[in-house]
Write a protein that binds this ligand. Structure first.
Ligand SMILES: [Cu+2]
Length: 295
């Protein structure tokens, strides 16, 4: 009796220690920042508990049997070859456990795939080795930029101490508003990449010639970091994803600023091309005139 309560006490303290370590541990999932990420996190933890219960149950019975029924104690082994009852039990119970685990997981997978009626749509294109973002629909429509690794070369070559967000920082963050359903359309320009931001519960392959989509609604403003999750060549580790979630007002400001920048550059590009065209035309006319004169 005393042994049993000691064992229970040890078991409970191990579990308590485990639970407190899991929260905020760098070995655990990042703190969920969307409904889907929360669902994934909760199921991950629930499944771990189920695995732990099975582990303790199976090994408990095994060790008990081995110790109590050992030959040196003079235990006489039972001698039977078949038990329908036992076989039914050890088939039915795991089946029930699997169904109980599959039901919520299926629900979440279906919810992950529901990209209908988004507030905004952004196309993300994987390149060797960076991401391109085009805001296709919703507030900020028309914004388009590349997002490249911004970790200094010296840090990669160990000539400088590594920064806090080593290999997880970019020159242009993907900026989105908080609380809005953002649909990300994914494709790639060269090889297969994958767009993965764990805190937002998003992971999807970007495949050349194909369009895939995912969605997220960020619960809180903040910066969430991810990586390309598909081996895509020598700089696969050098194409991180940084999603910056802003409150609505700041987002509107950012989008307006970015769009003003875009229209400025379009205007200057148009001016440059007009110059090029007109100077080209002048040269052509000169050449024709010269030709005519020579003849
Ligand atoms: Cu990649």
């Amino acid at each position: 009796m005393r042994n049993k309560s000691v064992a229970t006490l040890i078991g409970m303290s191990v579990l308590a220690l485990y639970s407190s370590m899991a929260v905020g541990s760098k070995y655990n999932f990042p703190e969920p920042q969307s409904t889907i990420a929360q669902d994934i996190y909760d199921q991950h933890i629930a499944l771990l508990w189920i695995c732990l219960a099975i582990f303790i149950g199976v090994f408990g019975v095994m060790f008990y049997s081995v110790l109590k029924h050992r030959k040196s104690l003079g235990y006489k082994a039972a001698n039977f070859h078949h038990s329908t009852t036992v076989e039914v039990i050890w088939t039915v119970i795991p089946c029930l456990i699997l169904i109980a685990m599959a039901l919520p997981a299926t629900k979440t997978v279906i919810a992950m795939k529901d990209t209908s009626s988004p507030d905004m749509t952004i196309k993300a294109t994987g390149y060797q080795w960076m991401w391109g973002y085009d805001y296709l629909q919703g507030e900020g429509e028309g914004i388009s930029f590349f997002s490249k690794l911004s970790t200094p070369r010296a840090q990669l070559e160990n000539k400088e101490p590594k920064g806090e967000n080593y290999l997880l920082e970019v020159d242009n963050n993907l900026v989105v508003p908080v609380g809005k359903k953002v649909r990300i359309i994914l494709t790639a320009n060269d090889v297969i990449h994958a767009w993965w931001v764990p805190a937002l519960g998003v992971k999807q392959d970007a495949i050349p010639g194909f369009i895939r989509d995912v969605w997220f609604t960020a619960d809180n403003p903040g910066i969430y970091r991810g990586q390309c999750a598909e081996l895509c060549g020598k700089d696969h580790g050098y194409m991180p994803i940084v999603v910056e979630v802003l409150d609505e007002e700041s987002y509107a400001k950012w989008a307006a600023g970015k769009l003003a920048g875009v229209s400025n550059s379009v205007v200057s590009l148009a001016a440059v091309s007009t110059d090029v065209v007109s100077s080209g035309a002048e040269q052509a006319i000169d050449a024709i005139e010269e030709n005519l004169d020579n003849n």
